[in-house]
Design a protein around this ligand. Structure first.
Ligand code: FES
Length: 150
């Protein structure tokens, strides 16, 4: 598995004209290929391949918070605009926080100017509209379903 990830990253790096000037880009690709947080073994490999001090590489990862995000987590975007919030999302946030596991992350979103369809909750491309308490189980099941398209 590690070899496959590394092979894909190397292929990407080889196509770059000046890899050492594209560190951020390479780190983003590495994060994607690793399926989340860039593991230490990969940081070490990148350090050697790019001839960059490991501490410098770590500092770059520290500097950009998104490089430390587990991108495999499903993001449940809950509209907290006034209409959606008052329409139920204020309660649904708490319920979902209690029932969802560590593979999901709740993100509060500003009004998406589709208030007439609210309360709204989005998970990737999937939009839940007119959400009521009865819909929460479906949303939770959707989050737990690994095959759901996000
Ligand atoms: S308040 Fe949710 S779309 Fe406007």
């Amino acid at each position: 598995m590690e070899k496959e990830i590394l092979k894909e990253i190397l292929k990407y790096i080889e196509e770059l004209v000046n890899p050492s000037e594209n560190l951020l880009e390479i780190l983003i690709i590495s994060q994607t290929k690793a399926g989340g947080i860039i593991p230490f073994w990969l940081q070490k490999e990148l350090s050697e391949i790019l001839n960059i001090d490991i501490e410098e590489l770590k500092e770059t990862i520290e500097f950009f918070p998104f490089l430390r995000e587990n991108i495999t987590k499903k993001k449940i975007e809950i509209c907290t605009g006034l209409s959606c919030y008052m329409g139920g999302n204020s309660i649904f946030i708490n319920t979902l926080q209690e029932k969802l596991d560590e593979n999901s992350e709740i993100v509060e979103k500003e009004c998406e100017e589709a208030c007439e369809y609210g309360p709204r909750i989005s998970i990737g491309n999937k939009k839940f509209q007119f959400v009521s308490e009865e819909d929460l189980e479906e949303i939770i099941e959707f989050c737990k379903d690994d095959s759901s398209n996000i």
